[in-house]
Write a protein that binds this ligand. Structure first.
Ligand code: PLP
Length: 397
């Protein structure tokens, strides 16, 4: 009898009871809008911003409606203009090139290595070719490039870095929290990320003018003094008349449930990585399967795991995905011709001028991806690895 897994790869844990109570208290108050405050009241959203600023060590923080909104807001706040070229990863998720397109700018894709991080040699080349002055760096699936080296390349070339930390909230490189190397860090609090408010986003920066513009952009009207993790009014005086309002605020209800979860994130991050390590250990040594080795400087959150089936014919990978699914293991393959679910590739985004990245194609076609929700036990993770291992061995050349 072949073993079968019966868990659900998209089932998150319930919202903690303390968060539910905080949400109910907000609903009882009737004051759900972030600026609907009593005299002297700070509110859940501003408190969340203070706490996330402290968590990341940033001077300023803004909570917004989604991770994608945070990315678009960051691009506007640093002054990206329509028609401008913006560098980004060829291996990322649709909202990243989407944010660039939303401001009328043109994504320029940079290649991916077998370590699933941005290729720094290709980055140097694309900076020189494109003349771009902004890189929107996606820490896709939680893989963090050597940030010291990346910042040397970008600082040396005068390229400003915006970090997409949708998969690295709670992670760090060489002890520096993810999102704190570049000028702006953007995070998502969507259900499939590390803290869950259904939808939501956070943006951090140390730059007072970027912070003030982001607050104005998010739809603060002239209520910016209600922000307790923002710069002083003198900074807003400089930007308030010429920064458009592109509404994308967070509300008190989401902030209330996020604050409770943020306090628990370091512990949850360990739980995720423990699951990751069990699957990784179970897959190690499987012929034909390449694991992505994690550098010691990278403190990651193992909420998903990727492996490579390098140079496997597409039909064989498709058959493997099908066989694993039949045994309850839901794998995502980035090489499929048609984008499916959350899985798409740089050539799926046809609003962008076609670009050729042959080195990256070999890697992208080999990436197999799975989520590891915290509702899985360590035993579940060992079973998942056994099933994948057996099915890969049955097909390895
Ligand atoms: C989820 C995600 C985003 C955007 O987050 P939303 O909150 O869904 O808008 C950005 N980048 C990556 C890599 C993501 O996975």
């Amino acid at each position: 009898m072949k073993e079968v897994f019966t868990g659900n790869f998209t089932q998150q844990e319930p919202i903690p009871e303390a968060a539910i109570e905080a949400a109910v208290a907000v609903m009882r108050s009737g004051r759900l809008h972030r600026y609907n405050l009593l005299p002297g009241e700070v509110g859940e959203v501003a408190r969340l911003e203070e706490e996330f600023a402290a968590f990341t060590g940033a001077a300023y923080c803004l909570a917004v409606a989604s991770g994608g909104y945070a990315l678009g807001c960051a691009l506007r706040a640093v002054g990206v203009r329509p028609g401008e070229r913006v560098l980004t990863n060829a291996f990322t998720l649709a909202p990243v090139p989407g944010a660039i397109a939303s401001v009328g700018a043109e994504p320029v894709f940079v290649g991916v290595t077998e370590g699933l991080v941005i290729d720094l040699d290709d980055l140097r080349l694309r900076i020189a070719e494109s003349g771009a002055r902004v890189l929107m760096l996606s820490h896709m699936r939680g893989h963090i490039v050597d940030m010291d080296a990346l910042m040397r390349v970008c600082t040396g070339a005068g390229v400003l870095v915006i970090e997409d930390c949708a998969h690295t909230m709670g992670a760090s490189w060489n002890g520096v929290p993810s999102g704190r190397h570049g000028a702006v860090g953007c995070y998502s609090t969507q259900t499939y990320k590390h803290i869950n408010s259904g939808e939501g986003g956070l943006l951090v920066t140390d730059d007072p003018e970027i912070a003030a513009r982001a607050v104005m952009l998010s739809g603060s009207y002239m209520l910016y003094t209600k922000h307790t993790a923002a710069p002083g009014p003198e900074v807003f005086e400089k930007v308030k008349y010429d920064t458009p309002n592109v509404s994308g605020r967070m509300d008190q209800l989401r902030a209330a449930i996020l604050r409770v979860q943020l306090a628990d994130l370091p512990r949850q991050a360990e739980n995720w990585t423990a699951r990751y390590r069990v699957v990784e250990a179970g897959l190690r040594g499987t012929p034909g399967l390449t694991l992505v080795e994690r550098p010691p400087q990278e403190q990651f959150v193992g909420s998903s795991l990727q492996f490579l089936l390098l140079d496997w014919p597409g039909e064989r990978i498709a058959a493997l995905v099908e066989a694993c699914l039949a045994r309850g293991v839901e794998l995502k393959w980035f090489g499929a011709k048609e984008p499916v679910g959350f899985t798409s590739r740089y050539d799926s985004w046809r609003y962008v001028a076609p670009q050729s990245l042959p080195g990256s194609d070999r890697v992208l076609c080999a990436i197999v991806d799975m989520r590891l929700p915290l509702t899985f036990s360590l035993e579940d993770c060992a079973l998942i690895a056994r099933i994948i291992g057996e099915e890969v061995r049955a097909r390895a050349a």
